[in-house]
Design a protein around this ligand. Structure first.
Ligand code: BGC
Length: 716
């Protein structure tokens, strides 16, 4: 008998349920939920998994209780939300998505895993793979934006990065693909609300990133809090048991979201805790995070005949197998016994800075306002986010410490030792007090550069942070208008650094700013990275992974729309449009300026007749006609013109990158397996349909800027 079966044979029901329970540790932010002392519960085997424990010391002590003081000595699985870095915070996922660079995405996940594992942790609740097309939803910040192809690449890169090549390695973490599934489609962008989408949208838009995570071996998956067309995901047997386990062969661990099993009662599909627990177990949810529903509910559910011991054993086996794969039985202290070297930390900090600089999206740069010269005499840095180091962290702090974060003012001071940098917040984050505005605006007089730092606070995006007005908060707008007015009067230009966990609706700001940088939340190195871009040490290269609406009423706005029978034509009244605002976004998906100036020419696509097994190669000549070296991002979209099911006007299928000196030209090649042109056909099974397909290549999802070639798909 193998180790797991031997253990299982010795386990009492209470010990089995302990393995199916995850609770916040004594050292947790939220405190223990299990009555009594959770350390006692570890010793009795009543708790087998922990979350929210920070620091190698406390982690080791909890592990010691399990492996030295409990009867069966089963190690604990200890996890934390390492979403965008552990101690070294990096840009929030939406910002990192702006790199459009899977290699870097994998590298940062690898570094986060090393850092988390050095603290003794064995699991992270990341990556979040929810496609989000609604900027009202605060969790947009935690994912990679509106596009499915991007989320698929993110899924592969992050899972590989966290898990490495061997889960048992002392620097590997079990990843958790979350939140399965369609959480980003919550009603009206309102957190925790119901999602109700077509099966086609589920198959085309929301499932592929999770399928990709399973294909590269993700160790765990977390069902979403939400229901999908009336079936809460925590009890969604069709998608969890049938799709993930039976169709895809996922044999890893399903871990519920925080208290989600008990919330099946609020959803209205379970009358009491035993029923809720039975529904989740039946759907094959293995670990109950924070609801204590399995420990309290399953014994009663067993008595009532709602579940069987075999079902419980099936889940216990999966949890034990994960612990075995993580190497925890062989050496429970393999993680967290050796502090990282100074060199490793320095390397990571450098990486964090370069990733942060590359995540910045330059939305506007009129009259080459940026980069600013390094010879400034006096610089005026205004706004509540200018000297707000803590805010730079973004939505998930993990083990990061506010004192390790660099504010914009600090970054600029560091980079410009010879420049006098004056600063005033002008207004506070919350409240309507405008009394500080006049003094802040007066600082502009006599400055030769003005940098205005405004936007959301970190806590305005992330979980439970939906906003009906995803805009710059009102008092900050008053400040900004006053700064613009003074700058105009004095003939000065204003560089705006905009912080947010989502695109914001900012037509007034886009109009008045001379230069506008989307700085999202960039993590520990935010201020240094912003200084790098503002001063031209780094040429900005980030591209927005979401469309920026020009009006709230356009939401949800995303590029991959279907054409409809009366496609948008601003000159034709009876077409799909608004009376009061154009259909186009303020900034399209993929938009982002650089300090170069790129042109595209001579698109060729081969072969021009393609079978499903072929690979298509697009080649395009890219020239930098600007005065600075810069990196350009090249997007490849497809459009299937005639198909049995209407296809979106554009579908992203590939991305290329090239760095060019002024005057330089290079050919960028992007390869796409033709099999990726498959789509769920009329009966929802995948088809590769013969006919013409357009290949569109260029700098973003604005069709007017794309070069087009048509190729023919051949029948099998
Ligand atoms: C969130 C998850 C997270 C979990 C544990 C929940 O509230 O929805 O994304 O992993 O808490 O912190």
């Amino acid at each position: 008998m193998n180790r797991i079966e031997k253990l299982l044979a010795q386990m009492t029901l209470a010990e089995k349920l302990g393995q199916l329970t995850m609770t916040a540790a004594g050292h947790a932010v939220t405190g223990p939920v299990i009555a009594g002392d959770s350390t006692e519960a570890i010793k009795t085997g009543a708790i087998g998994n922990l979350l929210n424990l920070v620091g190698a010391g406390p982690v080791r002590e909890m592990q010691r209780l399990a492996v030295e003081e409990s009867r069966l000595k089963i190690p604990l699985l200890i996890g934390l939300d390492i979403i965008h870095g552990h101690r070294t915070l990096i840009p929030i996922p939406l910002a990192e998505a702006a790199l459009f660079d899977p290699q870097t995405w994998e590298m940062t996940a690898r570094e986060a895993a090393k850092e988390g594992a050095a603290d003794g942790l064995a699991m992270t609740f990341s990556p979040m793979l929810d496609v989000s097309r609604d900027i009202r939803w605060g969790r947009t910040a935690e994912g990679s934006g509106e596009d499915t192809w991007v989320s698929v690449q993110m899924a592969r890169a992050k899972v590989r990065g966290y898990e490495g090549s061997d889960l048992a390695s002392p620097d590997a973490l079990a990843a958790c693909a979350k939140h399965f599934c369609a959480y980003g489609a919550v009603l009206a962008g309102r957190e925790y609300a119901s999602a109700d989408i077509s099966e086609r949208t589920l198959l085309e838009v929301h499932l592929p990133p999770f399928d990709a995570a399973v294909a590269v071996g993700v160790a765990t998956i977390m069902p979403a809090f939400t229901d999908l067309a009336g079936i809460p995901m925590t009890a969604n047997k069709k998608l969890l048991r049938h799709h993930l386990r039976e169709q895809l062969g996922f044999d890893g661990v399903l871990v519920s979201d925080y208290n989600a099993i008990a919330e099946l009662m609020h959803h209205g599909i379970a009358a009491d805790l035993p029923e809720a627990a039975a529904l989740a177990l039946e759907a094959s949810v293995d670990i109950d995070m924070m609801a204590d529903a399995y420990r309290r509910g399953l014994p009663v559910a067993l008595e009532r005949g709602l579940v069987t011991m075999e079902q419980i054993d099936e889940s216990v086996r999966r949890v034990l197998r994960l612990k075995e794969r993580l190497g925890l039985f062989d050496d429970p202290y393999r993680r967290g016994s050796r502090p990282e070297s100074q060199a490793a930390l320095t390397h990571r900090r450098k990486l964090a800075r370069s990733v942060a600089a590359r995540a910045i999206v330059m939305l506007k740069n009129d009259r080459q306002t940026l980069p600013l010269p390094g010879t400034l005499r006096r610089m005026c840095v205004i706004g509540p986010l200018a000297d707000a180091a803590t805010e730079m962290g973004g939505c998930w702090g993990a083990a990061g410490r506010p004192e390790d974060r660099v504010s914009v003012v600090a970054g600029l001071r560091q980079a410009l030792p010879g420049t006098e940098i004056v600063h005033a917040p002008g207004v506070r984050f919350s409240g309507e007090d405008e009394s500080g505005i006049a003094a802040a605006v007066d600082l502009c007089d006599g400055a030769d550069a003005i940098v205005l730092c405004i936007g959301e606070m970190a806590s305005m995006s992330g979980e439970a942070a939906s906003r009906a007005f995803p805009e710059v908060p009102a008092t900050q707008r008053v400040l900004a208008e006053a700064v613009f007015e003074r700058a105009r009067a004095k003939g000065l230009r204003v560089v705006v650094v905009l912080f947010s966990g989502r695109p914001l609706v900012i037509p007034w700001l886009a109009e008045q700013a001379d230069a506008l940088l989307a700085a999202w939340f960039l993590g520990n190195e935010a201020g240094n990275a912003i200084a790098d871009v503002v001063l031209g040490h780094t040429s900005p290269s980030g591209r927005t992974p979401m469309s920026w609406p020009r009006a709230i009423g356009q939401i949800p706005l995303f590029y991959a729309e279907r054409p409809g029978g009366r496609p948008y034509n601003p000159k034709d009244h009876f077409t799909s449009k608004y009376m009061d605002v154009p259909n186009e976004p303020l900034y399209p998906f993929g938009h982002g300026l650089t300090y170069g100036h790129f042109t595209f020419a001579n698109l060729t696509v081969t072969p021009d007749r393609v079978a499903e097994k072929d690979t298509i190669e697009a080649r395009v000549e890219v020239t930098n006609q600007g005065a600075h070296a810069a990196e350009e991002t090249v997007f490849l979209f497809t459009h299937d013109k005639i198909a049995t099911v209407t296809r979106p006007v554009l579908e992203l299928k590939g991305v290329g990158k090239v760095t060019l000196r002024p005057g330089e030209t290079q050919t960028v090649r992007i390869a796409v397996p033709a099999s990726e042109l498959r789509f769920p056909g009329r009966d929802l099974t995948p088809v590769f349909e013969p006919g013409e397909v357009e290949i569109l290549v260029g700098p973003g999802a604005d069709r007017s800027q794309l070069l087009v070639q048509t190729l023919v798909l051949l029948a099998a």
